[in-house]
Ligand binder design. Sequence first.
Ligand SMILES: [Zn+2]
Length: 142
Amino acid sequence: MSEETTMIRPFSAAAFDQYIAEHRLMAARCTYCGGLYVPPRAICPKCHSEALEWAETSGKGKLAAFTVIYSGPTFMVEQGFDRKNPYVSGIVELEEGICISARITGLDPSRPAEIRIGAPLDVEFVEVGEGEAKKTFLAFKA
Ligand SMILES: [Zn+2]
């Protein structure tokens, strides 16, 4: 049996990131009330149940809000983003009705007036670095 069927990963940010590295966008689902949570929660905030399970999302959604980032966090600066090369960050509303914040690719940060709220988006897993230093970041592409 695979690890997947024999053990449940903890509902932690580290486990969420591990799934991202495996190119899976996972949410924690409350088996009692059906609530879905990204990032995952160990206790359902709606009904306080601890009966959660991992559920894979469709990875499809739409742009709910966005901002053009000129001065990002270190890991984005390391990827070459700065004042001269900004990127788009947004809130994505997934088909499942939950929202997640991520980098949005495929949009032109120099023309924010042309970026449309409600534009359809697909999950994208951006790999940065090589070998041991390789990291996978969650993004959505327009
Ligand atoms: Zn619940």
